[in-house]
Design a protein around this ligand. Structure first.
Ligand code: SF4
Ligand code: SF4
Length: 243
């Protein structure tokens, strides 16, 4: 059973996201909500150092060859950040990003793993080129054993990567309450494969305005990964509670 107050805390977080989305000007609350999720996650993670040292280091990128699920706000923030820096010296062009993302289209986590493991389109020289706005899924991915990550990358063993459970909990809490806020406001609350969603946004003129005005430009790239029933129930409950 969840500790007393956990549900109420989740309602408060969902309300915070809802308030952020509603009060942003010209639909920008959607992007602000993703930033808020990252801030909440980072503050929580910083306040709770893992009990043992993690193996994660800059330049270690085995995990950046996996399926990454994002919410719509996260995809809009990534696309905005990417577009803002596209003219920087040495930055990746939109065409290059779309080219890198194309082979990943339509592949769920299993297909991604079963085929040749392809890097995330944002991975440059084994580093994340959008590090400060990387999705919650990437933030909470961590490992106490780089060997377990290497084994996973090489498809040997079949063991699990030992992760810090607090980071998983913080990440899930942020994602669920952000999703509940989207649902409570009548926005699409699906999850998407990151590079597909960002590709659609980059290719669509006035994407944020159109999406916030009710045109679901991301409908076709909605992830078909089944959301666990327990998660769906939590999202629905938190959403109803703040509607
Ligand atoms: S999760 Fe694994 S692959 Fe990713 S940075 Fe940490 S140790 Fe490296
Ligand atoms: S967004 Fe960054 S951290 Fe996440 S998978 Fe891509 S390169 Fe890795």
């Amino acid at each position: 059973m969840a500790p007393t107050g956990t549900r109420e805390l989740a309602h408060s977080l969902a309300l915070l996201f809802r308030d952020c989305i509603e009060n942003g000007e010209e639909g920008r609350g959607i992007i602000d909500a993703a930033r808020l999720a990252y801030k909440l996650y980072d503050l929580s993670a910083d306040r709770h150092p893992p009990p043992d040292p993690l193996s994660c280091k800059a330049g270690c990128s085995y995990c950046c060859h996996s399926f990454v699920a994002v919410t719509a706000p996260e995809a809009f923030l990534l696309a905005e950040r990417f577009s803002e820096h596209v003219r920087d010296e040495g930055a990746m062009s939109v065409d290059e990003f779309l080219k890198r993302a194309r082979p990943l289209a339509g592949m769920g986590p299993t297909a991604r793993y079963d085929n040749e493991l392809l890097p995330c389109p944002f991975l440059v020289d084994d580093k994340c080129s959008v590090y400060e706005v990387r999705p919650v899924v990437c933030r909470k991915t961590c490992s106490y054993s780089v060997q377990a990550c290497i084994d996973g990358f090489n498809k040997v063993g079949g063991g699990t990567v030992p992760q810090d459970t607090a980071r998983q909990t913080f990440g899930e809490g942020c994602s669920i309450t952000l999703t509940a806020a989207l649902r409570s406001l009548g926005f699409p609350w699906a999850s998407y494969e990151m590079s597909e969603a960002v590709s659609v946004i980059l290719r669509t003129e006035d994407a944020l305005h159109r999406w916030t005005q009710g045109e679901d430009i991301l409908a076709e790239v909605q992830s078909n990964v089944a959301v666990p029933a327990q998660l769906k129930t939590a999202i629905a409950e938190f959403s109803d509670a703040i509607s």
